[in-house]
Design a protein around this ligand. Structure first.
Ligand SMILES: [Mn+2]
Length: 301
């Protein structure tokens, strides 16, 4: 397959800086070489947008900080993703903070609109990212991005790239959730998303949850995988902005990627929130590379 690696060095959506160096760390960990070793042809895009330093920008709206640069960057990403997916190629977006999902989903949704395909989103994350400008406790857009893609929140975000909802929240499935804000929890319930928390995984076993996830996506035509490294336990992925104990093991995350790949419906993905400043010997970026390989068809035997 033709895999386009889209580097998004954007950390405007998070209060802890450094994820703008994520694409560089993942590049150094050998993403291109790994994907080529399993038979893909890769194209690396390092020029989607020119990032300015967050340190020298003004946050603006306190409930949606750095709105303008995020919208600008995500519009450019959306346009690239639309072109790539229209040609049947695979966009693999490397964050950056999670706000890049606004761009990837908008681009994929634009293509799906033309082909009449129904999109599902597998959102692997410790958090919900389902706040709006009204419920946000932090004002960070990486905590509002998925709600916006589902049509909730500021019009600048919900109407990014094209007007209206990019994904029906009923087609969103979360895995690994363990820190949901009260306001977003309410919104998620009202919107009808499906959530497999860490407690669900502990009660039912990981394998059962994986099977349920695969069954969930039977109702959609194509799947976007949005993978936040903070879904992992910090023992395995210390290099992320908001590390939170009690997360997935590396083996669980790798298995989930391997299994979702078997649906044959995954048409785009992103791996976000690799923060090299907080990492130890680049292990989080190395794991990101292995997760991408499993998602793109690598098996152990
Ligand atoms: Mn996230």
């Amino acid at each position: 397959m033709n895999v386009h690696i889209l580097e998004m060095p954007l950390d405007f959506g998070a209060s802890r800086h450094g994820s703008d160096m994520g694409p560089s760390a993942i590049r150094l960990a050998g993403i291109k070489e790994k994907l080529e070793s399993i038979g893909h042809t890769t194209y690396v895009h390092t020029d989607i947008f020119k990032a300015t330093a967050q340190e020298y920008e003004k946050p603006g709206n306190p409930n949606a900080k750095y709105l303008k640069p995020i919208v600008r960057a995500c519009n450019k990403l959306a346009s690239s993703v639309e072109i790539i997916t229209s040609e049947g190629d695979f966009p693999l977006v490397l964050g950056g903070d999670h706000s890049v999902v606004l761009g990837s989903l908008a681009g994929l949704a634009a293509t799906a609109k033309k082909t009449g395909q129904k999109i599902g989103v597998l959102y692997v994350d410790a958090h919900g990212d389902f706040n709006t400008n009204e419920t946000t406790p932090t004002g960070n857009i990486h905590g509002e991005c998925l709600a916006a893609s589902a049509g909730l929140g500021l019009p600048e975000l919900t109407n990014l790239y094209f007007d209206g909802q990019k994904v029906d929240p009923k087609n969103i499935c979360f895995v690994g959730s363990r820190d949901l804000d009260p306001g977003e929890k309410k919104l998620m319930k009202e919107a009808g998303v499906t959530v497999f928390t860490m407690s669900d995984i502990d009660r039912q076993g990981f394998d059962t949850v994986v099977e349920k996830v695969k069954t969930f996506f039977k109702k959609v035509d194509i799947i976007h995988v949005s993978f936040d490294m903070d879904c992992l336990d910090p023992m395995f992925a210390p290099g992320t902005g908001i590390p939170l104990p009690g997360g997935l093991t590396n083996r669980e995350a790798l298995l989930l990627m391997e299994e979702i790949a078997t649906t044959g419906k995954v048409k785009s993905a992103e791996i976000v929130e690799v923060n090299p400043i907080l990492d130890v010997r680049n292990q989080t970026a190395i794991l990101a590379v292995n997760l991408a390989a499993r998602l793109l068809g690598e098996t152990l035997y």
